[in-house]
Design a protein around this ligand. Structure first.
Ligand code: HEM
Length: 461
């Protein structure tokens, strides 16, 4: 609404906790992205959103980016992304097993299992993401896994309450909630010994010690990557600091992956004509996708369209002003205030999208995969002039942010979501039990899936 009325110029919104200047033109978004790290800060905005002092065992990260390096970018963009096809078969197997295990436990109504989709997806994402980031050993520890799930849920609640309170009250309530909602402490305590062991090995240069431990663990463990990319010498991180970094990555990845997957599955129920072509694509090309990490253009486009129409958040590119900042229009963002982009409004802008409010699952696909028979039946005329991929970063699609700080986990996230969604499509037919019912709770700029929305699942022959 604000974007429409402002004609693409910056506009101000005073939220209960912070004043925000929204920018939507490519030029102004670029100005925000190019601001110096001591002027506009994603760290600062994220700290306000997540309140890590109360939700992440006292982690008080620095507002200014880069003071302690940006090792996490290499950890996620390179060390997690480059080996990508390798973990996909394991993740696929784990997803298959977990879907079956969860659905077997649900009530069966006339041949269909009725089950709430959001809590199931969160459990599945927690398991698979823990497997990717922490390796095989920790996912066998039930206390760790319970805390890994609880930490995400409790952070959402705790941070949301604390950030809306005035500071003296926020400190009091935050400390109280931090003691009551204590999964973050268990999660921290369970991860700490692994980081201590890794640091000890590094200190002692005991390469042999590492070789003697599980090779897969040492190859794919995010704890190791964070240590490897952290500051060295006198600024070397403690085991605690390493785990803090992991906690932030863990929270950031689990919540958004789960919610995005839920809306994609629900959209498949609401637009069932897409099921056949996507299933055909999976039956012919899923094995190749597992081998290469590439392909599945129809599913890729469907996920992108679902995320465009139902974004988890309608705001992106959040930056907090650490010093006053001025846009070329003269609009001023005072210290403590935010600059951000109205990504939800941009997603349905006629400036960027043909028939912007209509769902067209294959609008981003290149022409060639659309030639297939089952596809031509549903491939509507609504197409973007230029094909694009889910992981592409562009000012018309801010799902991953933009510029220097665009999500470094996006290639992993896209492959991960394809695995989880494909394993369900290949094994089950599914529908929404009440297709017309509201599917999410709107809370400020977020859409949180209703935890009680049920889907009916039937195993395929
Ligand atoms: C559907 C899944 C995901 C979505 C929609 C998403 C979205 C985003 C967005 C919007 C940003 C902010 C970029 C900006 O402000 O310019 C971001 C940053 C980030 N994301 Fe993601 N993300 C996803 C998954 C993940 C995963 C799986 C990981 C890690 C494994 C991850 C790690 C990060 C990190 C560390 C940053 C901060 C980047 C920086 O400060 O340079 N994200 N993500």
């Amino acid at each position: 609404m604000g974007r429409k009325h402002s004609n693409g110029n910056p506009f101000r919104v005073n939220a209960p906790d912070v004043g925000m200047t929204f920018v939507s033109s490519p030029k102004h978004i670029k100005e925000a992205d190019h601001a110096a790290d001591d002027v506009l800060s994603l760290n600062g905005a994220a700290k306000h959103m997540l309140q890590p002092v109360y939700t992440m065992n006292g982690f008080n990260w620095l507002d200014r980016r880069g003071v302690e390096g940006v090792g996490f970018v290499r950890t996620l963009r390179t060390l997690l992304t480059n080996p990508l096809p390798d973990p996909l078969p394991d993740l696929g197997l784990l997803a298959r097993m977990k879907w079956t295990e969860m659905l077997v436990m649900q009530p069966n109504m006339e041949g269909a299992v009725h089950a709430p989709i959001y809590p199931m997806v969160v459990k599945l994402v927690v398991l698979l993401n823990a497997r990717s980031l922490f390796g095989e050993d920790l996912i066998k520890d039930p206390k760790f896994m319970t805390s890994a799930l609880g930490f995400v849920e409790e952070t959402l609640v705790n941070a949301e309450i604390v950030k809306l309170l005035p500071s003296p009250l926020a400190r009091l309530v935050g400390s109280l909630l931090s003691r009551c909602l204590s999964s973050h402490k268990t999660f921290f305590a369970r991860l700490l010994p692994a980081a201590e062991q890794r640091l000890l090995e590094n200190d002692m240069k005991q390469i042999i010690a590492r070789l003697l431990t599980n090779v897969y663990w040492s190859k794919t463990n995010c704890i190791q990557w964070i240590i490897d990319t952290a500051p060295k010498g006198s600024n070397q991180w403690s085991a605690e600091r390493v785990i803090y970094e992991l906690m932030a990555i863990w929270f950031g990845s689990v919540h958004i992956l789960s919610t995005t997957i839920v809306y994609v599955l629900q959209d498949l129920c609401l637009h069932p004509e897409y099921m056949e072509p996507i299933r055909n694509e999976l039956e012919t090309s899923y094995t190749e996708f597992e081998r290469t990490g590439k392909g599945l253009p129809l599913l890729d486009s469907f996920i992108k369209e679902s995320s465009r129409i139902t974004p988890v958040e309608s705001m992106s590119v959040r930056r907090q002003a650490l010093q006053p900042f001025e846009l070329s229009t003269g609009a001023r963002v005072d210290t403590g205030q935010w600059i951000c982009a109205p990504s939800g409004a941009i997603n349905t802008s006629p400036d960027y999208y043909t028939s912007p409010t209509e769902f067209s699952g294959f609008r981003f696909v290149e022409p060639s995969p659309l030639d297939h028979d089952s596809v031509t039946k549903v491939a509507s005329t609504i197409k973007q002039p230029k094909p694009s991929k889910l992981t592409d970063v562009d000012h018309s699609f801010l799902m991953w942010g933009i510029g220097r700080m665009a999500c470094p986990g996006r290639f992993y996230a896209a492959a991960f979501m394809k695995v989880v969604i494909s394993q369900l499509i290949l094994k089950y037919d599914f529908d929404l039990v009440q297709p017309g019912a509201p599917r999410w709770i709107s809370w400020r700029v977020a859409r949180i899936p209703r935890p009680w929305t049920k889907m009916a699942f039937r195993p395929r022959e």
